[in-house]
Design a protein around this ligand. Structure first.
Ligand code: KIV
Length: 263
């Protein structure tokens, strides 16, 4: 299994790190057999698996349930689990209880959105032996505060703040940092200043690695077409065609065929 040390080594060697989100056992088994470096059980599962319009509905119990399914499927992959909405905002004891639930569900690390008011907590979590991944730029748990899914860090002051936050997260002990929907030049500058690896999504090609939501990469949602996304499969049409072929063959009684029947 890759560890936090391997991600650091990859950055030093100039090798790209690949991450993908996953929320379930079946896909985790496939990812487990792939070359992807690591998995994120993202709180995007509230949207992708449960149909909510934002990530705000993910709870620690839900994150732990999905984390445990993923860990069972993708034995051997480094698994990061998201600390969900407000789980870091109710005091140290409550935050540590949530961390404990995710780690006991089998995660190898946790991810926390944002830097404001989080540095002391991150230091405490890291000193407790739990690797922490940071997340800056578009932080979906603050979607209402940000006014929508917008590119972050375009204004000079916002770019300066993001650089400063990134350096503070590194100092607090984060082992890596997700940069989401950030201008490519700013992501490149932050990547150049940090010793820890940056993982980009909508942050250009000069981060130390990339992460995508699995269902986006597989083209499951026809309507979702943000500029940063490359669909590596037309999953929506492939699955629809398979379902319709099953209906047609059932209706014309070419399925089940002789080979599918028990004597
Ligand atoms: O929850 C998630 O899927 C994420 C990634 C988009 C980085 O945080």
């Amino acid at each position: 299994m890759k560890t936090v040390l391997d991600f650091q080594k990859k950055k030093v060697a100039g090798q790209k790190i690949t991450m993908i989100t996953c929320y379930d056992y079946t896909f985790a088994k496939i990812i487990g057999e792939s070359q992807v470096d690591a998995i994120l059980v993202g709180d995007s599962l509230a949207q992708i698996m449960h149909g909510h319009s934002t990530t705000l509905n993910a709870s620690t119990a839900l994150m732990a349930l999905h984390t445990s399914a993923v860990v069972k499927g993708a034995a051997g992959k480094f698994v990061v689990a998201d600390m969900p909405f407000l789980s870091t905002r109710k005091g140290l004891k409550s935050s540590m209880d949530q961390v404990e639930k995710l780690m006991k569900a089998g995660a190898n690390a946790i991810k926390i959105e944002g830097a404001d008011d989080h540095l002391e907590l991150i230091r405490h979590i890291v000193n407790s032996g739990v690797p922490v991944m940071g997340h800056l730029g578009l932080t979906p748990q603050s979607i209402h505060q940000l006014g929508g899914p917008k590119i972050q860090g375009r204004a000079e002051s916002a770019a300066l703040k993001m650089m400063n936050d990134a350096l503070n997260l590194e100092k607090a002990g984060c082992f890596s940092l997700v940069l989401e929907c950030v201008p490519a030049k700013l992501a490149e500058d932050i990547t150049g200043k940090l010793e820890i690896p940056t993982i980009g999504i909508g942050a250009g090609h000069n981060t130390d690695g990339q992460i995508l939501v699995l269902q986006d990469l597989l083209g499951m949602n026809k309507e979702f077409r943000p500029k940063f996304l490359k669909k590596y499969l037309n999953g929506h049409d492939l699955i629809t065609n398979a379902l319709n072929a099953y209906v047609t063959e059932t209706e014309n009684v070419s399925f089940p065929a002789k080979e599918h029947e028990y004597e």
